[in-house]
Design a protein around this ligand. Structure first.
Ligand code: FO1
Length: 330
């Protein structure tokens, strides 16, 4: 079975770990071992201290490769912060985003390879050669795309008509420094209109037996991947069933601050409203038992199962339910 999944950071990575655990328990399919291709969000990427950092790709790579910080869900296990302390001693900004020493090695290799002209997809493949994540990890695009968030600027001069001044900050500043508490007036994926899907992305969607949407942020992760020109059309066109896992349980995000992102685009924080964002291609939608009464967009099969990814076994059961629903649809 060829499975293609779109993924953001922690939620996507944990789901994928459960998916691999489930696949390990299955007999090899008639066409050989099951193959998983992950199309990772790169719009959270940021350049800090001269280093190119790809948080979502790294979170997937470290989680599936056994190097993730287990509680935090991002960054490396057993991390030390000698470089961060030295940077702080120089007063080097930003200090609201901390890079660990082990993690810095990844960003050094990536930045050097990008500087030599390798595309991000080739760099990601080279980094994965070390981590052996058990999936083919593709960035959604080799072109730079960065999410920026427009927020009120209390220090800026208000407009003549009295509307407050606004400013755009990088997604990481909004998410990490401001904890998504400053209301987002707009969320923009800068560079996306000119971007192309990375090599292999469209083929992975077209050739898939199943396309999965893990419970990643529907706006700044899955939403951004779908906004890369060509990707949404490829998902609409694929013959494979598309099954998603709701990132919302009972009106609140399973993890993270997806509600702040959904409000910014005027969408209610509910399992049904997120399914609606995908209604042009979604075949099946897993929701938590408490959301079983949700009204689904027409043609979307609803299945209620416990969705808390409390450990690998519980997450594997969610992945199994997603594949089972896909089989019924297929
Ligand atoms: N998240 C934080 O809340 N604080 C940090 O200092 C921080 C550093 C960091 C470094 C590397 C990396 O790959 C991720 C890091 N994250 C940090 C997590 C991350 O940037 C966000 O949670 C995601 O981008 C949202 O998916």
């Amino acid at each position: 079975m060829r499975i293609t999944a779109l993924a953001g950071g922690v939620g996507g990575a944990r789901f994928l770990r459960g998916l691999l655990h489930h696949l390990d328990s299955l007999p090899t399919g008639p066409d050989g071992p099951h193959e998983v291709t992950v199309i990772g969000n790169t719009a959270d990427d940021v350049t800090l201290h001269g280093l190119r950092i790809c948080p979502d790709l790294d979170t997937v790579m470290y989680t599936l490769g056994g190097g993730i910080h287990p509680e935090q869900g991002w960054g490396r296990a057993g991390e030390t912060f000698g470089v961060a302390a030295e940077l702080a001693a120089y007063g080097a900004e930003p200090q609201w985003f901390t890079l660990g020493d082990r993690d810095i090695a990844t960003h050094l290799v990536r930045t050097r390879m990008l500087g030599l002209g390798y595309p991000l997809s080739a760099v990601t493949e080279a980094l994965c050669a070390r981590w052996q994540p058990g999936v083919r990890l593709l960035p959604m695009s080799d072109d730079p795309i960065e999410t920026h968030v427009v927020i009120d600027d209390p220090e800026g001069e208000a407009h003549a008509d009295g509307t407050p001044a606004v400013k755009a900050v990088h997604f990481q500043e909004w998410w990490v420094r401001l904890h998504a508490a400053a209301p987002a007036r707009q969320i923009l994926a800068v560079g996306i209109d000119q971007a192309k899907p990375a090599p292999g992305v469209l083929e992975a969607i077209a050739d898939a037996d199943v396309v999965l949407l893990p419970p990643s942020n529907p706006v700044v992760s899955i939403g951004t991947i779908l906004a890369v020109p060509g990707i949404r059309d490829a998902i609409r066109a694929t013959k494979a069933p598309v099954v998603g896992v709701s990132p919302i349980i009972g009106g609140a995000p399973v993890r993270g601050m997806a509600d702040a992102c959904l409000s910014a685009i005027g969408v209610e924080t509910s399992a049904a409203a997120v399914a609606d964002l995908y209604s042009d291609f979604l075949g099946g939608w897993l929701v938590a038992p408490g959301d079983a009464g949700s009204t689904m967009p027409e043609g979307v099969a609803l299945r209620a199962v416990p969705l808390l990814m409390s450990d690998v076994e519980a997450t594997a059961a969610i992945a199994a339910a997603a594949l089972d629903l896909a089989t019924q649809l297929g």
